[in-house]
Design a protein around this ligand. Structure first.
Ligand code: 2AM
Length: 479
């Protein structure tokens, strides 16, 4: 067989599906897995496909056309820039086998600072590196994911034909662009995951309100299916409707209602929170979503507290159609806030790192392939095309109008849920952000007084020029 166009290391499900995707676009693919039997079984399972199964890394490297393009899809679990993981182990094994200008692509969920470290390290060895976020789960990997590659523009140009052919397509446009240099690709993928946490939690809060209002799972499924035809159309709304329809063959009950309410997480949401804190950017909706997963995982404590701590009697009225409309609006508005916050974080970091990010094009590649794909993303692209220096998504004329029209229902839902003791941390965090952001005057004047009182931190005055600082001799407090 002729030399391969592309090589992939790590044949777990995502790796296997990506290989089949690349192969299906006409490329010959070399594959390698640490456990050789996995490689053998994979190649044997796909007779007639343009696959080269290598038993050793040497054989794998030699089977590739130059410059070699090698994607690593191994478990990445480094949580800090300096942590070494399987990606580093594979890179170290590859280095002595490669030749100048060969390209290594890390397609796992690596921490973006680890990507920057690897980028610099490989450059010092005369090799090229791309840190690419790949979203879309198993199905996306097979049929077309959203790909967020970061690294030098010149390396992107070499990878572009393969990436564009395997990526999802929306309106004929591939869901991949060169995000920016260094760790920009993995960074944007990390925030994408944070936004995904927000979307998922908001949907779960809507479901929880319906459940407390006495909706059956079939009624709820119908609501989500109907929402999927409108402004809220998205993959996550779609799968929510389908999940709620699913019945357990053993008991005939709803599968969703049989699932233990303990959410798992792999860490990208927490990384997003840490990054927001470091950059002093508010992402309260995503924050609430991550914390909701943490509280859900403390199930034993919650079960104990449920008999100890009191809440109100639940009474949500009987007008289900009206409730559906209100929750729809609360979800729509909160989702806008969540994206406004996530994009603010991307913008802030992008400016700090001088990555030259294009938020509109980033939103456009999320329209297909990935978990957060949604009709709504077209509007975000339009917003940044209309105004590339948009300060906050909420201020775009389209979104401003939606927030204005939905806010009454949004407030009613947050109030209703709160009065009934139904937790809506992401709905209410979003509303709190909206109301804080639009406040011409916040109570931080009192806060400054407190700081000056106990720590002589000084304050500025409304009636004096900015930058002039004052201190008051506050009365002494005894005891
Ligand atoms: P394995 O089949 O030999 O375990 C997901 O875990 C994928 O990453 C698998 O293909 C796994 O290979 C691979 N992987 C995990 N750690 C690795 C390492 N240190 N070196 C090479 N491959 C590794």
């Amino acid at each position: 067989m002729s030399l391969a166009d592309f090589g992939l290391i790590g044949l777990a499900v995502m790796g296997q599906n990506l290989v089949l995707n690349v192969e299906s676009r006409g490329f010959t693919v070399a594959v390698f897995n640490r456990t050789t039997s996995v490689t053998d079984e994979f190649v044997a399972k796909h007779p007639g496909k343009k696959l080269i199964g290598a038993k050793t890394l040497e054989e794998f490297v030699q089977s590739l056309k130059r410059p070699r393009k090698i994607q690593i899809m191994v478990k990445s679990n480094a949580v800090g820039a300096a942590d070494r993981d399987a990606v580093d182990a594979v890179i170290e094994q590859l280095i002595p086998l490669l030749e100048p200008d060969d390209i290594i692509i890390d397609g796992g969920n690596s921490f973006y600072l680890a990507t920057e470290r690897r980028d610099a390290y490989l450059a010092s060895k005369g090799l090229r590196f791309i840190g690419a976020g790949v979203s879309g789960g198993e199905e996306g990997a097979r049929k077309g994911p959203s790909i967020m590659p970061g690294g030098p523009a010149s390396t992107w140009e070499v990878m572009k034909p393969i990436f564009e052919s395997i990526a999802a397509k929306v309106d004929g446009e591939p869901c991949v662009i060169h995000i920016g240099p260094g760790g920009a690709g993995h960074y944007v993928k990390m925030i994408h995951n944070g936004i995904e946490y927000g979307d998922m939690q908001l949907i779960c809060e809507a479901y929880n309100i319906f459940k407390h209002a006495g909706f059956t799972t079939d009624e709820m499924a119908a609501v989500f299916n109907q929402w999927n035809e409108g402004d809220l159309q998205s993959y996550l709304i779609q799968i929510t409707g389908k999940a709620l329809e699913q019945k357990d063959p053993e008991t005939g009950k709803s599968v969703v209602e049989l699932i233990v309410d303990k959410a798992g997480q792999k860490g990208t949401g927490q990384w997003t929170l840490l990054n927001a804190a470091e950059n002093a950017v508010v992402i309260s909706t995503i924050n609430a979503a991550v914390e909701a997963r943490i509280l859900s995982s403390q199930r034993q404590q919650r079960l104990a507290a449920s008999t100890e701590l009191q809440g109100p009697a639940v009474s949500l009225g009987s007008d289900k159609a009206a409730l559906v409309q209100k929750v729809h609006d609360a979800l729509y508005a909160s989702k806008i806030i969540s994206y406004a916050q996530g994009l603010d974080l991307i913008k802030t970091t992008g400016e700090k790192k001088q990555w030259g990010l294009d938020l509109g094009r980033i939103a456009a590649i999320w329209r297909g392939g990935c978990i957060i794909r949604a009709r709504f993303l077209n509007r975000i692209t339009d917003a940044y095309r209309g105004n590339p220096t948009l300060v906050n998504l909420m201020l775009d004329p389209f979104f401003k109008d939606v927030l204005n029209k939905t806010q009454q229902h949004w407030r009613e839902v947050v109030s209703l849920a709160t009065l009934n003791g139904i937790p809506v941390p992401a709905f209410s965090a979003s509303l709190g952000y909206y109301d804080s952001y639009r406040a011409a005057r916040l109570p931080a004047n009192l806060l400054q007084a407190q700081r000056d009182f106990f720590g002589a931190h000084t304050y500025e005055r409304l009636d004096k020029p900015a930058g002039e600082f004052f201190h008051t001799d506050w009365p002494e407090v005894i005891g």
